[in-house]
Design a binder for this molecule. Sequence first.
Ligand code: PRP
Ligand code: URA
Length: 209
Amino acid sequence: MGKLIILDHPLIQHKLTYIRDENTGTKQFRELVNEVSMLMGFEITRNLPLKEIEVNTPVTNCRAQVLTGKKIGLIPILRAGLGMVDGMLQLLPAARVGHIGLYRDPETFMPVEYYIKLPSDISERLLIVLDPMLATGGSANDAIESLKKRGAKSIKLMCLVAAPEGVKVIQENHPDVDIYICSLDESLNEKGYIVPGLGDAGDRLFGTK
Ligand code: PRP
Ligand code: URA
């Protein structure tokens, strides 16, 4: 089964509280999602492999470490995943970015795919799927299936807030995918919203309704 990693760093938890707050406006919401994404990026990249190289400092030469292994692809699920891209790119400026467009049918909560554009070499990359909300799990599950169908072999999922239902779906269907979240919330309500959650992430990020 894939691991569920809850990122309990105090800075992340502090910022998440203000992301949840209904009085937080669009500008601040966007900034906070950006900041939390960068902090999450720090944790999700913690075990990236390193190799030693020789480097000449102004004083002497030495052996020092640089990243090695798979290059990274960031895959935001549209729309709300877009809010997590810039924070991640601040840490990983050379990462390629692929997009998957999905929306949840408001009646059935089933995801509908309307767009996909990916780097050509996804099979050789570590892909980090970005979406603030893991609710029923339908959207993330579909996105991961789409990526695997196109050759992806190494995937991590990064969400701000998750419901137990969504975690279960991903762990059952994709045992190879580790899930990184800031909070495992209580439940889903009858409209498929995470409780307590933060409301509609896309609407709050983009100021729509
Ligand atoms: C939201 C959210 C996730 C999805 C989560 O997107 O950003 O993609 O719902 O729900 P699920 O786990 O039940 O699938 P939404 O469909 O509202 O689209 P948007 O990002 O374009 O607003
Ligand atoms: N999508 C959202 O944006 N929020 C939720 O709580 C559930 C799905």
